[in-house]
Design a protein around this ligand. Structure first.
Ligand SMILES: [Zn+2]
Length: 484
């Protein structure tokens, strides 16, 4: 059994080499070698070449090798996997008997010292070419940076320069008026303070667009563009490289450096996109069987067999719960999947969902939007804390207002009860429902779960006190809605 490893990378012509293509090539090598595929493992990040960047995929490879979960590894090319000779030695250390390393260019038996020598040479060569090219680029920019000229071309927002709303190469490209630059600088200052005071990026974006501010290329603002422009170190007069301050720009900074750092800390606590809030299927939907508070998802000790961090649902005291109920997240999710599929394929249930949805209208949708936003923030800081990037004290401080807000929102939602304004209103076939579940992201699954529940409530009951605490399906209990 051979694993396939791929790392997102650029090929010599500068084109992106997708992990899928590399895996496909690897699979051919595997069958040529007479093996079967164990696992496709990859690091889908360009920065995975950088020794400072964490590569979960490569870690997984080492873990599987250490456990001898596979008999060999196929990589597309040595420079796609092994960055440094230390990586290679790590690999050697794990292996004391025959282990096959295959690539499109050859195969190596790691128990053979000749093959090991060959590999060491290749890796040393890869390392030298990579060092060479980065050295060239570094030298060029080092000079500029020390002089306080950040590496960036053309005019940027809040700074003087040639008007970029006019196409490049046009002769009438002139310097933008100073009054425009001043206006942009004022906007950057105000926006930084506003975000620190709690204004959302969406609100801020609307404000900028309403006031007629445009990007340097003359486009309307989007929240992510506003976020990016607020997070530029140059706003605070800093010239940064790889996270280190390597210079300071001449003149007064646009934004107070201290405010800038606070802003950066604030954004660091948020994870980009909507994914963060939707990492858990059941948080806030399933409630504690003892005290009736919404459960929250959290990282737990240990790992699942597939290497993912264990997670659990729990009733948390900090959310005003009793703190006595918790269960493994995957086991609970499996029950929920069964429930959703059963209900969405049931005709009677589908019409009940339809009726429930008609009653809840827009009010529930509005509450849900607020809940999702708060949960996203909460889970983002939880993730930081789980990764040891935030002290417990800092976590609590950031979490407190969120708890207060969420408690109110959950109460409001309970009033309106479950259901989701969008979604299927007719019973689905078993295949349809399964396919939909399979393709859904966690946010969509949450919506399906709400849909399936309608106005019913779902509880997680405490584990049996006696004996070994084993999860049983009956701990997930649905309480049908009754008209009072
Ligand atoms: Zn509880």
């Amino acid at each position: 059994m051979l694993d396939s490893y791929a790392r997102l990378s650029r090929n010599p012509s500068g084109k992106l080499e997708k992990v899928e293509t590399q895996h496909a090539d690897n699979h051919e090598v595997i069958s040529r070698l007479g093996g079967v595929l164990g696992e496709d493992i990859d690091d889908p990040k360009l920065s995975a070449w950088n020794p400072k960047v964490h590569r979960p995929g490569w870690d997984r490879v080492l873990k599987r090798i250490a456990a001898r979960a596979c008999d060999g590894l196929v990589i597309w090319n040595t420079d796609r996997a092994v960055r440094l000779s230390s990586d290679l030695e790590d690999l050697f250390k794990l292996i004391d008997d025959s282990f096959l390393l295959g690539s499109s260019h050859g195969r190596y038996d790691l128990s053979d010292y000749n093959d090991r020598y060959q590999l060491r040479m290749e890796v040393a060569h890869n390392q030298r070419s990579s060092d060479e090219s980065s050295q060239r680029i570094k030298r060029r920019f080092d000079v500029l940076r020390r002089n306080g000229v950040p590496h960036q071309q053309g005019r940027v927002f809040g700074f003087a320069g040639l008007d970029r709303t006019v196409a490049r190469g046009t002769e009438d490209r002139e310097a933008v008026p100073a009054v425009l630059v001043e206006r942009e600088r004022a906007a950057l200052r105000a926006a930084t303070s506003a975000v620190l005071a709690g204004t959302t990026l969406v609100g801020l974006t609307a404000e900028w667009n309403k006031s007629g501010l445009l990007t340097v290329t003359g486009k309307a603002w989007t929240p992510s563009a506003v976020r990016a422009v607020l997070l530029r170190p140059r706003n605070a007069g800093l010239v940064e490289h790889d996270g280190d301050i390597v210079g300071r720009m001449a003149g007064d900074p646009v934004v107070d450096p201290e405010e800038f750092e606070r802003l950066r800390a604030l954004f660091a606590g948020r994870t980009s996109g909507r994914a963060a809030g939707e990492r858990y299927l059941a948080s806030g939907i399933v409630v504690c069987g003892l005290c009736g508070k919404g459960l929250s998802g959290r990282p737990h000790v240990g790992e699942y067999p597939d290497g993912a961090r264990r997670r659990q649902y729990g009733c948390t005291k900090s959310r005003g719960g009793c703190g006595h109920v918790a269960a493994d997240a995957r086991l609970v999710d499996r029950e929920l999947r069964g429930l959703v599929l059963a209900r969405l394929t049931d005709k009677k249930q589908a019409s009940a969902i339809k009726a429930a949805r008609a009653l809840i209208s827009d009010r529930l949708a509005a509450v849900q939007t607020k809940i999702d936003a708060s949960e996203a923030r909460q889970e983002a800081i939880a993730a930081k804390w789980g990764a040891d990037k935030m002290s417990e004290k800092a976590f609590d401080k950031a979490n407190e207002p969120l708890i207060a807000e969420l408690t109110k929102l959950y109460a409001k939602r309970d009033e309106l009860t479950g259901g989701n304004p969008e979604g299927p209103t007719e019973a689905m076939s078993r295949e349809e429902a399964e396919e939909k579940w399979k393709r859904a992201d966690n946010g969509e699954r949450r919506a399906m779960l709400r849909d399936a529940l309608g106005r019913d409530r779902i509880f997680l009951d405490p584990a049996d006190k006696a004996g070994f605490r084993k999860f049983t399906a009956k701990r997930v209990r649905v309480d049908p809605y009754r008209v009072s």
